[in-house]
Design a protein around this ligand. Structure first.
Ligand SMILES: NC(=O)c1ccc[n+]([C@@H]2O[C@H](COP(=O)([O-])OP(=O)(O)OC[C@H]3O[C@@H](n4cnc5c(N)ncnc54)[C@H](OP(=O)(O)O)[C@@H]3O)[C@@H](O)[C@H]2O)c1
Length: 433
């Protein structure tokens, strides 16, 4: 263990991509402020990468290594910053760093949404901090805020736009009436979407983040497998147009609610009214809305990705650790999950629903559909009907709030009506904040 009188906090980076490079550059850029605040210099002493051949103009060559043990086993390194991504190596390295008595900062939601618990437990055992502010919504300061500044509250709802790629796509579809595949191509050309966009488009990235947010907000362990996930790949331009007619937009939301001692946690495209705070969050921006018993409601808005916005959160965590190294707290407790609440199935979740269907254009169709809904305790909020060719019509309904199980039973009943050709789209809708 190094002497704490040394006025340097030594950092080893695992990874030097978009985030790692920005972390290094930000530390160089704002070093004067960090020194003034801490009374110690933050020094990056080693950076682990995959390839030594890549051009990294801002990084001194002598810092780079292919050997993770040059960071993990260096007794002089105080803080290991994992910004390489992936799960298997990242988990092994983070656990080894903790065993070797190093504090850990990670930006890795994939890792924390699955292995948060064993990582925290080892951190607690070794009395080393594990901080992960950048793992959810990049620059938005939500993790530390929920765990520390809002700890006086019981939080009962977290809802957010936590994937910039899908928000960019849905914003373009709404503003320009373009189909999803065309907008996705544009997002890829602009570097907003990966070559393989599945994790973003199918909601997996947002699911990892809402699992982390639910865990820290409700103090109960929620992992990726607990999250009900639906992506945006089935959203048609027609759905966007009907949403507009209902004075709404469609956003991919992560939603986590604790109610009657049970947790619901889900990611799906959602109709929200245009006057809802999240409806105005456009392009690659992220926003997270919280409800708590003392603060009421709070919304965070900002850049959820990108090198410097993410480095902002990572370096903030390094500073927190730096303060702790220089003035240690008596007992570190990384894990705040003191409850073990059950998770609701999607059938138990309550929501408003949007349903679009092709029906025979004849009298009495709507009343038959309304009867099926009524038999299943579903009440209709509003209806749009559009004439199509060949004596067909498109019928779009919004329902009042109902349990998903009831709604889905009604849907099966409606599909069995001979006057209904097909149900073409179902979406959930959030009316309240
Ligand atoms: N980019 C963002 O906007 C953003 C936002 C929030 C969170 N994050 C998270 O931050 C992390 C890093 O993201 P990024 O965008 O910076 O990724 P990236 O650009 O792909 O960089 C990854 C870096 O890690 C190195 N690396 C990967 N696997 C390695 C291994 N097994 N051993 C050694 N080095 C390895 C790579 O080396 P080479 O350079 O040699 O290839 C590269 O330097 C991820 O967990 C990501 O989810 C990113």
């Amino acid at each position: 263990m190094r002497e704490l009188t040394l006025k340097k906090i030594k950092v080893g980076l695992l990874g030097c991509g978009a985030v790692g490079t920005s972390v290094y550059e930000l530390i160089q850029k704002n070093q004067d402020k960090y020194y003034a605040l801490l009374g110690a210099e933050i020094e990056v002493v080693k950076i682990v990468v995959h390839s030594l051949d890549k051009k990294r103009p801002s990084i001194p060559n002598q810092l780079l290594t292919l050997d993770p043990n040059e960071v993990l086993e260096d007794q002089d390194i105080d803080v290991v910053v994992e910004v390489m991504g992936g799960i298997t190596d990242a988990k092994d390295y983070v656990l080894k760093a903790l065993k070797n008595k190093k504090h850990v900062v990670t930006a890795n939601k994939d890792l924390m949404a699955v292995y948060g618990q064993p990582i925290f437990e080892l951190g607690d055992q070794e009395q080393k901090l594990v901080l992960f502010e950048a793992s959810v919504a990049g620059a938005l300061p939500v993790i530390g805020t929920i765990k520390n500044d809002l700890a006086s509250n019981k939080i009962n709802k977290v809802m957010g736009i936590i994937n910039g790629t899908t928000n960019f796509i849905l914003t373009k579809m709404f503003d320009e009436g373009l189909p999803l595949d065309l907008v996705l191509k544009e997002a890829q050309d602009l570097g907003y979407a990966e070559a393989d966009p599945t994790a973003d488009v199918e909601g997996l990235d947002a699911a990892r983040k809402i699992a982390i947010l639910a865990s820290i907000s409700f103090n109960t362990r929620v992992v990726l497998d607990d999250v009900y996930v639906e992506g945006i790949s089935k959203i048609a331009t027609d759905d966007i147009e009907y949403a507009k007619q209902f004075k709404s937009t469609i956003k991919l939301l992560g939603i986590a609610i604790v109610n009657d001692g049970k947790v619901e946690v889900r990611v799906h495209p959602t109709l929200i009214p245009l006057n809802h705070p999240l409806a105005k969050v456009d392009d690659v921006y992220n926003a997270i809305y919280l409800e708590g018993d003392a603060f009421g409601d709070l919304t965070f808005l900002g850049k959820g990705a990108g090198g410097f916005p993410t480095a902002s959160a990572v370096v903030g965590d390094i500073l927190t650790i730096g303060k702790n190294i220089l003035n240690p707290v008596s007992k570190i407790k990384n894990c705040t999950c003191y409850l073990d609440l059950p998770i609701k199935t999607i059938k138990q979740v309550e929501s408003h629903y949007y349903i679009r269907m092709i029906v025979a254009d004849e009298t009495g169709v709507l009343s038959k559909i309304a009867s099926v809904f009524a038999e299943n305790n579903v009440s209709i909020d509003s209806v749009i009907q559009k004439k199509l060719a060949n004596k067909k019509a498109e019928l779009v309904l919004l329902t009042d709030r109902v349990e998903e199980d009831n709604f889905m039973k009604a849907k099966v009943g409606i599909e069995s009506l001979i006057t209904v050709d097909s149900v073409t789209s179902i979406l959930r809708s959030e009316k309240e904040n």
